[in-house]
Design a binder for this molecule. Structure first.
Ligand SMILES: Cc1cc2nc3c(=O)[nH]c(=O)nc-3n(C[C@H](O)[C@H](O)[C@H](O)COP(=O)(O)O)c2cc1C
Ligand code: SF4
Length: 425
């Protein structure tokens, strides 16, 4: 098993570590805030994050420093930093662990990001279901404020920051950054048409950066240990470590923090203990339910953003779902399509109607009522749902289904031919 240093999960794996402020301070917590605020100019902080090569961990993998650089300095409007703690992608549960087990690491990351972009009011948008996480963050915010890490002139630096926790109601679409902004403004969480992008006109029509929990948690380490240290981990274009949430038919499900140079084989076989009950591997979803599926032929693919894209899938949210031989891919498709249909906000016809069609046709095939023309119909619907809508939820629904048909067409055909699910017990 390759050796590696954990960065984000390190503190919480220390025996007895509870994530309180005294415990965080005892392991060097808030050192970056002490050394950066009022001492390193914000533009230099952005430069260091650019040099680190850090890319967003929320789904798209966009370079973090570059995104911050898009925020106009002279708009005369307040700037906002929003922490995306909505963690909605099926198969993904890493942000939850970061929030619940080491909340001050996240708060320190938020303070550093807010300072870098000149924001004085930041919000954490947390998924409604994360009741415990919200209570942990509430306690941590109180601790940080009473010890001078938040509020007026943080640690005497002259920099002011307030962080407010906002609880969502548990809609997948509210994880999409513009829907999150709408929801935070008190409206229904529906994505906005871009441009303008949030960096220019986001929350309350002011410059806004939205960053994922894991992305922000990397910042204290990058700013303490230096961008070159961080950039030496991972691959040429995918730097640092990533937390992979491994679930499904696997011996040791859980969150694994590994350098982005890890392969799927190493992650599954060496770290997660391989497929459970000694069964053969059938398929793997490498980046949450919206990512196209991979098969055993892809086991040597790198888990970095580029290698997964080259293999026809994506890194997405880092949620790795393992499926053993015997899993029905039509049923997987039905479940995935049902989810996206339920979560579509309904603004775009292609998404609203397309997700409904996908679910309806897949359910029909699974129940033995499939027609021969259904398979091409599914591909046609997928094609019409891709690249044509306000946000990429529509693509996220279509691309996985098309991939199940690409790799498992025989199985779909067998369902139609035999008028039943051949894998049903
Ligand atoms: C439908 C949809 C759902 C999303 N859900 C999440 C989510 O739960 N958490 C998250 O961080 N990003 C989510 N994203 C990505 C965000 O829109 C955004 O890109 C991300 O928060 C940016 O942070 P990053 O640059 O740190 O990755 C979602 C995107 C889409 C299209
Ligand atoms: S693609 Fe779907 S979720 Fe996104 S805006 Fe359109 S209807 Fe809403």
């Amino acid at each position: 098993m390759p050796t590696h240093e954990k960065i984000l999960l390190k503190n919480m794996e220390r025996p007895g570590y509870g994530g309180t402020l005294p415990e965080y301070l005892a392991v060097g917590g808030y050192e970056a805030v002490r050394n950066v605020l009022g001492k390193v100019p914000p533009a230099e902080v952005i430069e260091r994050v650019k040099r680190s090569g850090l890319r967003g961990r929320g789904g798209a993998g966009f370079p973090t420093g570059l995104k911050w650089g898009f925020v106009p300095k002279d708009s005369g409007l307040p700037r906002y930093l929003l922490c995306n703690a909505d963690e909605s992608e099926p198969g993904t549960f890493k942000d939850r662990q970061l929030i619940e087990r080491d909340p001050h690491q996240l708060l320190e990351g938020i303070i550093l990001a807010a300072y870098a972009i000149g924001c004085h009011r930041s919000y954490v948008y947390i998924r409604g279901e994360l009741v415990y996480g919200a209570s942990v963050l509430t306690r941590a915010l109180h601790e940080a404020a009473t010890q001078g890490f938040l509020g007026q002139s943080v640690l005497g630096s002259g920099y002011d920051l307030t962080i407010t926790l906002h609880r969502g109601a548990g809609a997948y679409i509210c994880g999409e950054e513009t829907a999150l902004i709408e929801s935070l403004e008190g409206k229904k969480g529906m994505p906005r048409i871009r441009p303008p992008f949030p960096a220019v006109r986001g929350l309350y029509q002011s410059p806004t950066v939205v960053n994922n929990v894991e992305t922000l948690c990397n910042l204290p380490h990058i700013l303490t240990r230096g961008p070159e240290w961080y950039a030496a981990i991972g691959t040429e274009k995918s730097k640092g470590t990533r937390i992979f949430s491994v679930s499904g038919h696997v011996s040791r499900p859980g969150n694994y923090e590994l350098p982005l140079s890890v392969t799927l084989r190493e992650l599954l076989l060496e770290h997660a203990g391989g497929v459970s009950d000694g069964r053969a591997l059938k398929a793997v979803i490498p980046g949450g339910a919206s990512s196209p599926v991979l098969t055993p032929q892809h086991l040597d693919v790198g888990m970095d953003f580029e290698s997964l894209a080259a293999a026809g899938s994506m890194g997405g949210s880092g949620g790795v779902i393992v499926m053993a031989e015997g899993t029905c891919m039509v049923q997987v498709g039905e479940v995935v399509a049902r989810f996206f249909h339920h979560e579509s906000c309904g603004q775009c016809t292609q998404c609203r109607e397309g997700t409904a069609w996908l679910h309806k046709v897949l359910a029909r095939i699974e129940r033995g009522g499939g027609r021969r023309e259904d398979l091409d119909l599914l591909l046609d619907v997928c094609d019409n749902m891709t690249g044509k809508t306000i946000c990429v939820l529509s693509d996220a629904a279509a691309l996985p289904i098309a991939s199940y048909l690409r790799y498992f067409r025989d199985e779909f055909e067998a369902h139609v031919r035999e008028r039943r699910c051949p894998l049903a017990a």
